[in-house]
Write a new protein. Structure first.
Length: 374
């Protein structure tokens, strides 16, 4: 029996909790947010992400709540939103899974949290670690509720600005790539049945994706700007102005842009931890170890893969030591780095409006890579 603490109840953390608990470990999750705080707009899950979700036993629930599709549409920024090309998506999870699907991120988070608890993991909300003290037999952890507990393994799954990463002395911060993205989750017009992207127009690109039978996710990418001083109403006005300059289904999307609190704006950021992903028996996964712009829709998938690979390696070994955790990072790093570099390359090409950009070629290489077993 292995006792595991997972810091963070996001996609990576809950996936790790499910995999470890189903393998017989005693798993505790701590999450700084309240139980009912499930935020975010939409997420695109490619086949390799669905492959992990099947491994975790939640695929059918995900399929029931999301919207699968097998092709990608590229449209022109003209008055007719002309369909330029329809591309069959690679089935990176295998022929028996959809090429991809969209779903509401809070819905996916809820499914994974419930599955973690059903597998036997405990989740404590509004509790955070305050101190990590590694020792040869494990890690002693102090918590915000005043308690102190010992664990065989601590997993930092606490996101891009990971407290765990900083606490163990890893000096690494994500860097902006120069682009910002507007996002909104709303109803699904009948014309949205797959991801469709328009390159050009008032933004670098505008896209939308179905996230369920009645919901969809829309986004517009622009130059990164400091919009922190803008009120929600001002942000709504900016996104409405951008969206209104696109055509086709965008007319329906724009008409629904009425709720200031539904608008989200963030910058594209990236980082990859090249060195060890652990300090003693404290190990990083997901965005705590690597992050990338959403240009190849692989951020969530790579986090999910991290979780199950780590669980399989730890549960299949006789001891948790530096050699094991070094082997975990060595197994994941080449794949993750390739995905991050591809995502950043596409982001750079968009920002530079490079006429020689080979976006389909890069996307094809990423698809071939992630089709392989992680």
């Amino acid at each position: 029996m292995t006792s595991v603490l997972v810091i963070g109840a996001g996609l990576a953390g809950c996936a790790a909790a499910i995999a470890f608990a189903e393998g017989g470990a005693s798993v505790s999750i701590v999450e700084k947010s309240p139980r009912d705080s499930l935020t975010g707009s939409g997420i695109t899950l490619q086949g390799n992400a669905l492959r992990v979700l099947r491994r975790l036993g939640v695929l059918q629930k995900v399929l029931d709540r999301g919207y699968p599709f097998d092709s990608l549409g590229i449209r022109a920024p003209d008055a007719d939103a002309t369909l330029l090309v329809e591309i069959a998506d690679a089935r990176t999870g295998g022929a028996d899974l959809p090429a991809g699907m969209g779903m509401e991120r809070p819905v996916l988070a809820s499914i994974l949290r419930s599955a973690a608890e059903e597998a036997g993991a405990s989740i404590e909300f509004e509790v955070v670690p305050t101190e990590l003290s590694p020792h040869p037999a494990g890690v002693t952890v102090g918590f915000s509720d005043g308690s102190t507990r010992n664990f065989d393994l601590v997993i930092g799954a606490d996101g891009v600005r990971s407290w765990t990463r900083r606490t163990v002395g890893v000096d690494l911060d994500p860097r902006p790539t120069g682009l910002g993205i507007w996002r909104v989750l709303g109803s699904r017009p009948g014309g949205i049945t797959r991801t469709e992207i328009c390159y050009g127009g008032p933004g670098y690109l505008a896209g939308y994706c179905p996230t369920g039978d009645t919901s969809s996710y829309a986004y517009i990418v622009e130059d990164a700007q400091d919009r922190s001083a803008q009120t929600p109403q001002e942000r709504l006005a900016v996104m409405t102005g951008l969206a209104g300059k696109y055509h086709g289904v965008w007319k329906e999307i724009t008409a629904e842009l009425t709720d200031p609190d539904a608008i989200n704006y963030t910058w594209f950021e990236t980082h990859v931890l090249d060195g060890p992903w652990h300090r003693g028996r404290i190990v990083l996964i997901g965005d705590a170890a690597h992050s990338c712009p959403p240009t190849v829709a692989q951020g969530g998938a790579q986090a999910l893969e991290d979780a199950v690979v780590l669980a399989d390696m730890v549960l299949g070994s006789e001891r948790i030591d530096d050699a094991l955790l070094d082997a975990y990072a060595a197994r994941r790093l080449p794949r993750v780095r390739a995905v991050v570099e591809a995502s950043v390359q596409i982001s750079d090409w968009m920002r530079e409006r490079d006429p020689a950009a080979d976006i389909p070629g890069v996307m094809g290489r990423v698809a071939a890579l992630v089709s392989e077993t992680p």
